[in-house]
Design a protein around this ligand. Structure first.
Ligand code: GAR
Length: 203
């Protein structure tokens, strides 16, 4: 039997991408297991989703600790306690700092609701609408010190319709996100990803 890759998922809110990853793990579609879900937000619905699947959770509130380094060290401690091999940011709305990055360089991925390098940061869908692009989408990428700048693993294109609102475009992109994130995690868990500088090759 294939060894399962231990995932640590960081969420700040709804957690629908977390759910897609949990479902893919539980159905055996990807050789991985969500070992812990961590949130900066005590109200995040993602925490409830984890509990429903008996997955350990941790709330680390940045307002309750001295500084960002302390906050991230606490995250690292929890991830290590659960032997996490790959950190997946899933609607984690904080910039990753040097402490977290140093411990998980090349082992941390993010999903973003736009075709990077277009429209990084917050509200990728609204940025795409404001720019009036015809195609947007979703990107899974490795996390580096920049904001949504790391090597791109997979992307999915989504058409933008003339009558789209932020809600309708977000929903169409989200549908793709739920397929793309498990697919990227599967490739990594199966050892099929090689990173050469900016280039991510599927072998
Ligand atoms: C998703 O659309 C994700 O791509 C986006 O937040 C949403 C979280 O939804 N992430 C970012 O914008 C990160 N810059 P979810 O909590 O239901 O997975």
């Amino acid at each position: 039997m294939t060894q399962l890759t231990n995932l640590g998922v960081l969420v700040s809110g709804r957690g629908s991408n977390l759910q897609a990853v949990i479902d893919a793990c539980e159905s055996g579609r990807i050789p991985a297991k969500v070992s812990i879900v961590i949130s900066n937000n005590p109200q995040a619905y993602g925490l409830e989703r984890a509990k429903k699947h008996k997955i350990p959770t941790a709330i680390i509130d940045p307002n309750q600790v001295k500084d960002k380094n302390t906050y991230e060290l606490e995250i690292v401690k929890n991830l290590k306690q659960h032997a996490v091999q790959l950190v997946c940011l899933a609607g984690y709305m904080r910039i990753v700092g040097p402490v977290l990055l140093e411990h998980f360089t090349g082992k941390m991925i993010n999903i973003h609701p736009a075709l990077l390098p277009s429209f990084p940061g917050l509200h990728g869908q609204k940025q795409a609408l404001d720019h009036a692009v015809k195609v947007s989408g979703a990107t899974v990428h490795f996390v580096d010190e920049g904001c949504d700048t790391g090597p791109i693993i997979l992307q999915a294109a989504v058409p933008v319709m003339d009558n789209d609102t932020e809600e309708s475009l977000s929903a169409r992109i989200l549908e793709q996100e739920h397929k793309l994130y498990p697919q990227a995690i599967k490739l990594i868990a199966e050892g099929k990803i090689r990173v050469e500088g900016r280039k991510v090759r599927v072998i």
